[in-house]
Design a protein around this ligand. Structure first.
Ligand code: HEC
Ligand code: HEC
Length: 216
């Protein structure tokens, strides 16, 4: 059997499980299915809009809060979960079927590998997002359940950000192709607000203003 067929069978099984599990999920409310995706910003303010904030630290905080509209969007949060399991959709539900991080974020040995279903590009016919670098972020990069201030401190911390200095962090935000997927997520997923270029500019301006973090 081809890998493609196997993937599609796995998906079909996943879909069935999704139907059953959705109702078993403790937090599930039938009304969820009918409600619109969570309201979220679709645009980002340009860096120039922050020039009026004269105090450097206050400007840095305001810039990071604007960039936070991207960071805290479901497109990023779904892959930076607090547990071993990704979340999915605009509602950030637990990933169906159950998959876990495993070594390197690509699935547990003996379990389902991400690449069984997630391929090099989005596959809209089956609603499966894809990217060559598809993997779950390491647990020290978990963002779910944290405030924007906590996420800010964490992403500056080389012990927890994959050893990135500020230049590498800016480059990652502005140019990384997996980050870039957030603006081209395929299917009915809401793209991250603004553009990756604007997001990169906000992060760079935040760094240039001293990279202060929001309190709390
Ligand atoms: C498919 C999963 C996935 C998605 C979607 C994703 N990330 Fe990540 N992210 C990762 C992985 C894996 C790493 C670790 C590998 C690396 O650093 O390249 C990571 C690392 C990072 C890092 C570096 C370290 C840190 O402090 O967390 C940043 C910054 C980041 N991601 C930002 C984003 C942003 C912004 C988005 C949304 C626009 C996003 N990511 C969406 C998987 C993902
Ligand atoms: C059996 C197939 C299958 C496997 C294996 C699988 N996924 Fe998925 N995944 C899907 C499907 C299908 C969706 C789309 C669900 C939807 O949007 O309703 C999805 C969605 C996601 C999303 C949500 C994207 C978004 O923002 O809405 C993330 C994150 C994700 N998967 C990460 C992973 C990771 C990481 C792995 C490996 C550890 C993995 N998946 C393994 C089928 C799979």
């Amino acid at each position: 059997m081809s890998l493609f067929k196997q993937s599609m069978l796995a998906l079909a099984a996943g879909g069935l499980a999704a139907g059953l599990l959705a109702f078993a999920e403790p937090g599930f409310r039938a009304a969820d299915a009918a409600t619109e995706p969570m309201a979220s910003a679709t645009r980002l303010q340009p860096v120039s809009a922050f020039a009026k904030v004269k105090n450097k630290n206050e400007r840095a905080v305001a810039l990071f809060q604007e960039a936070g509209k991207v960071i805290q969007s479901p497109r990023c949060m779904n892959c930076h979960p607090a547990t071993e399991r990704p979340t999915q959709t605009d509602k950030m539900r637990p990933h169906i079927p159950l998959v876990v991080r495993g070594d390197g974020g690509v699935g547990a040995a003996g379990g389902l590998a991400c690449s069984t279903c997630h391929h090099e590009a989005n596959f809209d016919a089956a609603g499966v997002p894809g990217n060559p670098k598809w993997a779950l972020a390491p647990v020290e990069m978990a963002w779910q359940g944290k405030t924007l201030g906590q996420i800010c401190v964490q992403i500056k911390d080389k012990q927890r950000n994959g050893g990135k200095d500020m230049a590498a962090l800016i480059k990652h935000m502005a140019e990384d192709e997996l980050v870039g997927w957030g603006w081209h997520p395929g299917g009915s997923r809401t793209p991250a607000p603004g553009t990756q270029k604007q997001f990169g500019e906000l992060i760079k301006a935040w760094a240039d203003a001293g990279a202060a973090c929001p309190k709390g």
